[in-house]
Design a binder for this molecule. Sequence first.
Ligand code: ZN
Length: 413
Amino acid sequence: MNIINARLRGKAGLFRIELDGERIAAIKPQAAVAAPGTDGDLDAQQNLVVPPFVEPHIHLDATLTAGEPKWNMSGTLFEGIERWAERKALTTHDDIKVRSKKTIDMLVDHGIQHVRTHVDVTDPTLTALKAMVEVREEVRDLIDLQIVAFPQEGIESYANGRALMTEAVAMGADVVGGIPHFENTRDQGVSSVKFLMELAERTGCLVDVHCDETDDPQSRFLEVLAEEARVRGMGARVTASHTTAMGSYDNAYCSKLFRLLKMSGINFVSCPTESIHLQGRFDTYPKRRGLTRVAEIDRAGMNVCFGQDSIVDPWYPLGNGNILRILEAGLHICHMLGYEDLQRCLDLITDNSARTLNLGERYGIEVGRPANLLLLSAPDDYEMVRSQGHAWVSVRHGKVLMRRTPARIERFG
Ligand SMILES: [Zn+2]
């Protein structure tokens, strides 16, 4: 199969992309617009062809549970954790598999092929983790799934928290998680980060910590995580998710912090729709946005990307799997609608996210890499966001996985 009339990000002109089985075999410049050729060819219609969208931060075990058994009436993060503890008591193996797969279908329909899911392991039975390990295998034709062992109720503050984390990794989690700002004391927060970094180093796992997901300017576990990553030389394998407290740090502390963050080389994930909804809840007016400093992290040359976090769960009642919706909202919320940001904004849901997930040569439109790609509805990043575009075709392992029919409008005046 070949893709004709493709535009590639950062390159002028049109291209023909030749696929050979599950690999990209050739990328050839076209002198002019090509007429649709054989039946097998996909015509990109002079629009962008990009590698698949990435969902770097979601909780598949919690999706599609909002209102069960009760709604989160306050809309806060901490009531969300309480509501989830009630729902968690009702979860079963099949319940988690069915909801996860429904959500994965929503992601696939929007061009996502790589997903990192956090799975709650503060459960003596590890029900969700066992289910997700099966799901990871069963959805291989749709997505590549990374599983984070995520201690929702803490490592040090939850009974047998350390043992459950260790067991989760032994059972097949790919990534070690954490939630230091939720531990009972600051000391426990610090020791939880040291524990999880040691576990990851020993087992070869990646790291992705829910870090400082609060408006509390005194929540400063990011510096602990970054320093642990720096000393161990693990920065590229470590991700700090949320870091919303950074939106409340004063500039003097932040300028010192950025020096360490840059030296550490860690990655960042922001979930802008989730954070704008959950944070700022203790403020009247003026009201904080409750996001990390996405633009500043990006401008400092560090790696940052956007995730959805929740789809219809105790923390966030909306969501449909469309990461482009998150991108558009995030660009607004983070003051990133400047011309230069718009020229390269798809980085925040493609290349930057792939780097966070350590996908390496398993990702990208280059000869020899997997034949996984999207045909988009617009010719460049700016127009893709402005027009609220879509992925029209998703190709995986050299075959069409998803095709979206564009909406048709009829006008009578
Ligand atoms: Zn999360």
